[in-house]
Design a protein around this ligand. Structure first.
Ligand code: NAD
Length: 499
């Protein structure tokens, strides 16, 4: 079978990369190479940035309502092509078809938000701030913006970025993950089909070489990154040192507290979906359950074991399948090494999914550890696989302290029937996204997504109004017309109180 070679999309045209490095793209369910792409060199990326810079001059002058018309058309095209996009995601990522369709839908909601961009760019106006003087704000686009995205959401994460940036009047260089590029490339084609002028969205696939060009090129004004913490921290510091606005959304270790009064059957169902959906490869996956009281822990574990053992594992094209493979051989090996270290460090492995690694492809079954403590690497590190740890504590205060002491602060949840406890938790937990009886509290498009602590560098959450603020710069205009001019020079700042 001949293997398709993918191309980058620069200025609306498909072009080959020139880095000399060929990336193999796998179907993780078979472990076979299904596509290839030669990565973008720094020269290719520079070209994408320069084209974006030229396109900015016209695109930034297009009225927001006209930009919104393209978003309406884009939304229609995404709906029409949802199955095709989901198929591309599942083929290269391995997640189930329904999960892939779900992420296309969540990404499309950001496009829907952008159809109302006029409303989000509306400014404030204050009349008569002083004698005959008015003041108002404009939110203007930044210029060339760039996005660097991870493998785990090939549609949703790119759509957190470029629709908002472009609707705000910016042009955009999208650097896709070299592991799962097909969906992002197809989404770029659909953007052009929706009427986007060439050069406004330029999409490349590459590695550090392409990223470093983005970070060092002075034409790039703002960089959005989503990915692992080590890379994100580098991108944040390097981009900031080069005077760019940077938001870097990074790794996670999401805790779910289960209180003794929670509905334990409902909690255990929620844990199964949140820990093992997408094979645990979600930055909002629950990877730690904090059970308050031994009785809660015992009953939860008793309920979880048979459910994990009966997870249907396989390829996305079997509709019965609930959990697919992980992304790569390297990832599978890393997860196995964490399981081995958990055993060595004294945790109790209640469900061992390692036998699944014997299948072809990059599979690993669901794993459950009990009696995990906060010094173990299975607790401290983001494993990014289907491995769930249960930590036992005696009180709610201990549970809260555990969450707050962890270096990451992306998502968390509490399961309880008690309003006081839930309110105390939502007020005091040091985490950016919090669920009450909701295991994966991913904010919808009109809200903003972002963690705290080492889960987010640069302070700015993504999409919603935070996204609009990130991709625009504020200008404040103070004006007076001749009839309001006073006679004589003024040597002090005027204020309304002078009148
Ligand atoms: P990754 O950090 O390996 O890659 C992310 C992007 O950075 C890719 O485009 C990759 O090509 C690029 N990259 C990789 N190494 C680089 C380097 N040395 N220099 C410059 N660029 C580099 O992440 P991943 O494995 O693709 O994705 C999984 C990670 O993403 C997990 O840590 C997960 O928690 C995180 N994530 C976070 C969020 C969030 O919103 N906080 C969402 C999704 C995923």
């Amino acid at each position: 079978m001949s293997i398709n070679h993918l191309k980058h999309i620069i200025n609306g045209e498909k072009v080959s990369g020139t880095s000399g490095r060929i990336f193999d793209i796998y179907n993780p369910a078979s472990g076979k190479i299904i596509r290839k792409i030669e990565g973008a060199s720094s020269k290719d990326t520079k070209k994408a940035i320069e084209i974006s810079n030229v396109a900015f001059k016209e695109w930034s002058q297009v009225p927001p309502s006209k930009r919104a018309q393209i978003m309406f058309k884009y939304r229609e095209l995404i709906i029409k092509h949802t199955d095709e996009l989901a198929e591309l995601i599942s083929q290269e990522h391995g997640k189930t078809f329904s999960d892939a369709k779900g992420e296309v839908g969540r990404g499309m909601e950001v496009v829907e938000y952008c159809t109302a961009i006029n409303n989000h760019l509306k400014s404030d106006f204050s009349a008569d701030v002083s004698n005959g003087i008015d003041s108002h704000n404009l939110r203007q686009p930044m210029g060339v913006c760039a996005g660097i995205v991870p493998f785990n959401f090939p549609a949703m994460v790119p759509m957190w970025m470029y629709p908002v940036a472009i609707a705000c009047g910016n042009t955009f260089v999208l650097k896709l993950s070299e592991k799962v590029p097909s969906c992002g490339l197809r989404l770029t084609e659909l953007m052009h089909e929706a009427g986007l002028p060439n050069g406004v969205l330029n999409t490349v696939v590459g590695d550090k070489e392409a990223v470093d060009e983005i970070l060092h090129n002075s034409l790039v004004r703002a960089v959005s990154f989503v990915g692992s913490t080590n890379v994100g921290e580098y991108i944040y510091h390097e981009g900031s040192n080069n005077n760019k606005r940077v938001q870097a959304l990074c790794g996670a270790k999401n805790h779910m507290i289960v209180m003794p009064d929670a509905d334990l059957e409902q909690s255990s169902d929620a844990i199964i979906g949140a820990a093992f959906g997408s094979a645990g490869e979600r930055c909002m996956a629950i990877s730690v359950v904090v059970a308050v009281g031994d009785e809660t822990a015992d009953r939860l574990i008793e309920s979880l074991i048979p459910k994990i053992n009966s997870l249907k594992i396989g390829s996305y094209n079997d509709p019965e399948v609930e959990m697919g493979p992980v992304i790569s051989k390297a990832s599978q090996e890393k997860i196995v090494s964490y399981i081995e270290s958990g055993i060595k460090q004294g945790a109790d492995l209640k469900v061992d999914g390692r036998s699944e690694t014997e299948k072809e492809g990059f599979f690993i079954g669901g794993c459950l550890f009990d009696n995990v403590t906060s010094d173990m690497s299975i607790y401290t590190d983001e494993i990014f696989g289907p491995v769930l740890s249960v930590v036992r504590v005696s009180t709610y205060d201990e549970a809260l302290k555990l969450v707050n002491d962890h270096e990451y602060g992306n998502g968390t949840a509490i399961f309880t029937r008690d309003g006081d406890t839930a309110r105390h938790f939502t007020s005091n937990v040091q985490v950016g996204m919090v669920g009450v009886n909701i295991p994966i509290p991913v904010p919808v498009a009109m809200h903003s997504f972002g963690g705290w602590k080492r889960s987010l560098f640069g302070g700015s959450s993504i999409h919603g109004m935070e996204g609009v603020r990130f991709y625009t710069q504020l200008k404040t205009i103070t004006s007076r017309w001749p009839s309001g001019i006073r006679k004589g020079a003024q040597f002090h700042f005027e204020s309304g109180k002078d009148v």
